[in-house]
Design a protein around this ligand. Structure first.
Ligand code: NAD
Length: 274
């Protein structure tokens, strides 16, 4: 049976994040960019944090022209002082309050396995793990100023936190995502004292620039990687974004400290999935 993409409906969530202030990291492309689009659809003001100035500004300009409240900030999440400075500027523009943080900025390479150097480890962990911690530490004081249970953090992890991949020698990446999934539970406990929920999301094979960098051209791996998933296809960034928005929404009010896989059945398939 030929399966086409299911329709993604974002009409029914329009406006649910009105008066909410969000920061999305790694927001200039891929899953982050799709999350910006979903959050503005849902009515949020969005701060785009990224190191890619050209793409970040272009997104800001496009969405501002369409009447949305979106501003780009050049922030490298691996540098705590940049996170603190960027978050402070966002808060100053929004009466000192921040409601949602989506920790999404992440890198996959280098994937050197046995040959991983100290520099490789520092680079990947510095962005994928310490970067997430930097951002939570920077946002926390402003989240405590919002109403209890109005705030939420979503950490983008990966199904790779739970498995090895045959063609991807990702010691550093896999370890970083394992850390995100575990760290999320500790953050959820600590921030619960202030009514802030923290969850992680684990995308599977979602077609973005990062994936193209690892797997090559999409058409070449549709038949190998994607066709073996229960979904029979790669995920779209907008599908991950919809799940991130759900976790931030009131519909997820009793969900904290957990991990949600958005993976077309990849984890459930186990070794059958490439
Ligand atoms: P992507 O490469 O398309 O986008 C990543 C964005 O992060 C880019 O805009 C990049 O400029 C930005 N970025 C990189 N380093 C940064 C830094 N130090 N500070 C600020 N911004 C920085 O990647 P993607 O596929 O959209 O991945 C987004 C997240 O999802 C990552 O954490 C990734 O590990 C995770 N993920 C992706 C997949 C997938 O299949 N695409 C699967 C599992 C997990």
């Amino acid at each position: 049976m030929a399966l086409s993409n299911p329709p993604l409906d974002s009409q029914h969530t329009k406006g649910r994040f009105t008066n909410k202030v969000s920061i999305i990291t790694g927001a200039a492309s891929g899953i982050g960019r799709a999350t910006v689009l979903r959050f503005v659809n849902d009515g949020a003001a969005v701060a785009v944090f990224d190191i890619n100035e050209a793409a970040g500004k272009q997104l800001q300009d496009e969405l501002t022209a369409a009447g949305h409240n979106v501003k780009f900030y050049k922030v490298d999440v691996a540098h705590k002082e940049q996170c603190v400075e960027g978050v402070k500027k966002v808060a100053e523009e929004h009466e000192g309050k921040i409601h949602f943080l989506v920790n999404n900025a992440g890198i996959g390479a280098p994937c050197k396995g046995l040959d991983s150097s100290k520099e490789d480890w520092n680079k990947v962990l510095g962005i994928n793990v310490i970067g997430y911690s930097n951002m939570v530490q920077a946002c926390y004081p402003f989240m405590t100023k919002a109403e209890a249970w109005d705030c939420s953090v979503v950490n983008v992890s990966s199904v790779q936190a739970h498995r090895a991949m045959p063609f991807h020698s990702g010691w550093t990446y896999q370890a970083s995502k394992g850390a995100v999934t575990a760290m999320t539970k500790c953050m959820a406990l600590d921030l619960s004292a202030n009514g802030i929920r923290v969850n992680s999301i684990s995308p599977g094979s979602t077609w973005t620039e990062q994936v193209q960098g690892v797997l090559g051209e999409r058409k070449n791996c549709e038949a190998t990687v994607a066709k073996r998933l229960m979904s029979r296809r790669f995920g779209e960034p907008a599908e991950t974004a919809a799940a991130i928005a759900f976790l931030c929404s009131k519909d997820a009010s009793y969900i904290t400290g957990t991990e949600l896989a958005v993976d077309g059945g990849k984890l459930a398939l186990g070794p059958e999935a490439l």
